[in-house]
Design a protein around this ligand. Structure first.
Ligand code: SAH
Ligand code: SF4
Ligand code: F3S
Length: 447
């Protein structure tokens, strides 16, 4: 039996792709092993969002060469967003072409590049003599490919892929292509099946879930319609979605969240910057005022909403004043969490050739300032929850998530059987919060 090992970087979408690749390989008779076992096939499911993500793959040279020494049959397959850069030269710009050539030169140990979504490519690789089951549209075949999930209680369900927004810093529209929605029926059936199989946290995934479009019985549907329909499925589960673009977060979606039965009040709404001039240069198509109004509406209408965001510091030309606007915006908004990134120039994107890049030490200084400000906000927010009663979904030994998807450690939960039962993975338990810090919550099982 041939063996494989798969390494994944990047966003949830890439992890969902990994589960599909795992399904295809396992159905083709491959067995998954650790890298130390010198597998016959190593799959690198890569990310291009920042240079660091690509550098991690480029840095595997030594490991891949020694794998090939230990197992002469071993082949290395590259897929994911770096693969798209290599096969499609997505951005069609001079800089991108140059970069693509340099990438290819630095990956001589890669034997095969398989683009994202190419189910036939995987099937042919497994068995070169097969006629791929290509009855029907290849994309639909891939979109509905089952996922071999490694988590028993949390499931990500892709509902759309690609992006049409072209934020000037972002490589995603070039690697993932234009936005395509998956069909209503496929999504609805998949979630129904997951609920039946006792998955407890189901996340609808897309680069921009708010622009999902579909149809049912001749009616056209939007994302709020889809979310409302899925939320009607009976069962014991929480429902979440990732990621939202502020410009497309409609009042109907706020209504659906306000009326939800299973919908978690966790909302990831990336703002990227708290400065209107930077937002314009990023091509985000909203202002801080639009964002603030949306946030206020969410906080008014959705009880316990936990608003989280993404911030990029050091975008080209970001002045001290623009950066300070971001810091005051963060203080004003009191986010539940910030996914903070230092700007990384991506060859082929519009921002790549912008003048006035910020020196690395300055970007790092700004990153640290945001980190410190946010850390004290989170400490304050989390400690304000001490004494409150919360429902917790157990995700591991003595670990769980509250309904707004904050991580919580259950005291004594590690010592099962010594009076410290905290419930099995997948169970919902009642907990009293005993401690809140910047890193999360601690709690005790309520009696
Ligand atoms: N579709 C989502 C996020 C996609 S990428 C959205 O629109 O928000 C995930 C995050 O990576 C982005 O929110 C952004 O904060 C960050 N990111 C994207 N490109 C980047 C770059 N060139 N440098 C630094 N951070 C970047
Ligand atoms: Fe990138 Fe912007 Fe699309 Fe998000 S919305 S994936 S940041 S281009
Ligand atoms: Fe990375 Fe591609 Fe996701 S660039 S963040 S893996 S869409």
């Amino acid at each position: 039996m041939q063996t494989f090992h798969i390494k994944t970087w990047g966003c949830q979408m890439n992890y969902a792709d990994t589960e599909k690749i795992r399904y295809i390989l396992c159905s083709g008779g491959y067995r998954e092993v650790s890298f130390r076992e010198n597998p016959d096939l190593v799959i690198l499911n890569t990310c291009s969002v920042r240079q660091r993500a690509e550098d991690k793959v480029l840095g595997l040279s030594h490991a891949m060469r020694s794998l090939k020494n230990n197992n002469p049959r071993a082949r290395v397959v590259l897929t994911g967003c770096m693969a798209q850069r290599l096969v499609r030269n997505g951005c069609n710009e001079h800089e991108d072409a140059k970069y693509t050539r340099s990438l290819a030169r630095r990956l001589p140990w890669v034997d095969l590049v398989i683009p994202i979504g190419d189910r036939t490519g995987w099937e042919v690789m497994i068995n070169e003599s097969i006629v791929p089951e290509s009855a029907g549209d290849a994309q639909v075949l891939y979109d509905n490919c089952p996922q071999e999930r490694s988590d028993r209680i949390r499931a990500n369900v892709p509902i759309s892929k690609g992006c049409n927004n072209f934020c000037t810093y972002c490589i995603v529209p070039f690697t993932r292509g234009r936005e395509v929605s998956r069909s209503y029926t496929a999504i609805f059936n998949e979630v129904t099946d997951l609920v039946l199989r006792q998955y407890r946290l189901i996340t609808l995934l897309g680069q921009n879930v708010n622009s999902w479009r579909g149809g049912k019985d001749g009616c056209s549907l939007s994302f709020p319609d889809l979310l409302r329909a899925v939320d009607q499925i009976d069962g014991l589960y929480w429902l979440s979605f990732l990621t939202s673009h502020p410009k497309d977060f409609s009042p109907e979606l706020v209504d659906v969240l306000a009326d939800g039965r299973h919908i978690s009040p966790y909302v990831n709404l990336p703002v990227q910057s708290g400065s209107d001039t930077v937002l314009a240069r990023m091509n985000r198509k909203y202002t801080t005022r639009d964002y603030r109004k949306l946030a206020e509406n969410l906080r008014k209408r959705v009880p316990g909403v936990r608003l989280c965001t993404d911030i990029i510091v050091g975008f080209p030309g970001e002045t001290e004043m623009e950066f300070n606007e971001t810091v005051s915006f963060i203080k004003k908004m009191q986010f539940g969490m910030i996914y903070l990134a230092k700007y990384s120039p991506r060859p082929g994107t519009a921002a790549f050739s912008l003048p006035d890049s910020i020196p690395e030490e300055e970007i790092e200084r700004r990153r640290r300032i945001v980190e410190d400000v946010q850390s004290s906000i989170m400490k304050k927010r989390n400690s304000a929850r001490v004494g409150s009663a919360v429902q917790v979904l157990m995700t591991g030994h003595g670990r769980g998530l509250t309904f707004d998807l904050t991580e919580i450690t259950i005291e004594g939960g590690e010592d099962e059987g010594k009076g410290g039962h905290s419930g099995e993975v997948g169970s919902f338990i009642n907990v009293v919060v005993t401690e809140g810090s910047a890193g999360g919550l601690r709690g005790m099982v309520a009696v």
